[in-house]
Design a protein around this ligand. Sequence first.
Ligand code: HEM
Length: 539
Amino acid sequence: MLSTELYSVVVWRSALIDGLILTRVMLVFVSVLLLVRALQIFREAISLPPGPWGLPVLGSLPFLKGDLHLHYRDLTRKYGSVISTRLGSQLIVVLSDYKMIRDLFRKEEFTGRPTTEFSSILGDYGVINVAGKLWKDQRRFLHDGLRHFGMSYVGTRKQQMEKRIMNEVEEFLNVLRQKGDDAVDLNPVFAVSISNVICDVLMSVRFSHTDAKFIRFMNLIDEGFKLFGSLEAALFIPFLRHLPGYAATLQKFAKNREEMAKFLQETIDEHKKTFNSEHLRDLLDTYLYEIQKANAEGNGHDLFGGRDHDRQMQQIMGDLFSAGMETIKSTLRWAVLFMLYHPDRAKAVQEELDQVVGRTRLPKLEDIAYLPTTESTILEVLRISSIVPMGTTHAPIRDVKLNGFHLPQHAQIIPLLHAVHMDPTLWNDPDTFNPSRFINAEGKVCKPDYFLPFGVGRRMCLGEVLARMELFLFFSSLLHCFDLSVPEGEKLPTRRGIAGVTLSPSTFRVTLRERPLIRGSRTRDDSMSTEVSSCVTAF
Ligand code: HEM
């Protein structure tokens, strides 16, 4: 009996000792692992550009205050022109030196896009959020396709594009004329007109200003931006995906995307039915032609890297619509807002238009070479509003070295365009709206290398030519036909923008007084020389 008890005590003791040894071994093992990870993090951190360390897991997320581009601008002021920071699990590198941005973004290594929750929702389709071969092929294809439909500085196609835009400008002016003396929020009016330009180029679709389908389409986009905003936190802290509410928001986001996809698919199906390879009507037709050609050559399966053809077309339409609508609409709204702040500048633009264009017609693209006051005003609006304040995030396609720092493949690289455009070492008094900064000693328009509203390098904006045509034609026609003023009893609108992917003005209203066009004034054709300086932006 005693020996049995003794035996169980011995067994118990040895089990206890074994357990203690095991626990110790485990503790040592876990400590070594933690130490190795801490050393890794430390080594990675000291090889990264300087910046705040933040907290474990959360990084700098708890310290974010206000608009992200302003937060990053403050960090670059504190730590230097290239900084790193962590937002949850994501490593962010922010660049604010324009030479560095120019140099890096010309390199193949920096043409990647980060892999995030958002990119997995888009599923590696389209052009904006893809990288590698698909991006290269699509960019080249779109570049040629958009040129074919008139996105070019020269040639007869340019005139066709001008005609498309001017149809919308005239419709836009008619809608405004009908508003009479009422104070107007120009946002919805611009939305239809600008959408119509891009939708016409993409898929020969136009909407009327009261079209229920269009209103639904715009609501889906607006709601999509908002829903994406509420999903965004999970980009940085993946465990938030497990919180209640997240799944429902994700589901709603997916449902809206489905509805958008359905709308786009109907347009694609319609195009397939009426497709004629001898007469390509729009960009969608050029895709159908490409698919037809690839199928005929037996390469259909390889096209778009083996991805679904319809889905790729849907995403391309979605990408170009979202890139080409909000940006131009917001810039035009900023232009109106700055004209309310600077009525003397609006007057100077109107006087120049009256003298060069005359009161018998609307401005044309060919006039721009003779309109330095108008052109420099648009450039200054683009600079001071920096409507894409953080550009679009890039990612190195492999680990790279930058000024002795190590940038890992997964890093999110942000070109802080806002900081470049507001840098007092580059621009005299950058907070002041001063279009004359774009006029040189000979009175010609000149853009410095550090003017980057459309980004720079291999992934710079694909729509710059179209954007500049639209900005000029809408802005100059608006000022040519209307005087703008703040509605009676209302204050000047705030200059503080609403920051999202773009920086857009808050809602504001404007009173319009018509400046009717008349017959018989002097125009550029009979009064101005045709000499164009190489410094002038050529359209
Ligand atoms: C005022 C108007 C516009 C501004 C300020 C603007 C600005 C920009 C910027 C800053 C980028 C990011 C470049 C980068 O990743 O480094 C970009 C990309 C892009 N933009 Fe624009 N954009 C405008 C209008 C347009 C229009 C009208 C279109 C459509 C035709 C367009 C199509 C694109 C596309 C497809 C990309 C992605 C290019 C790529 O990933 O390779 N943009 N834009």
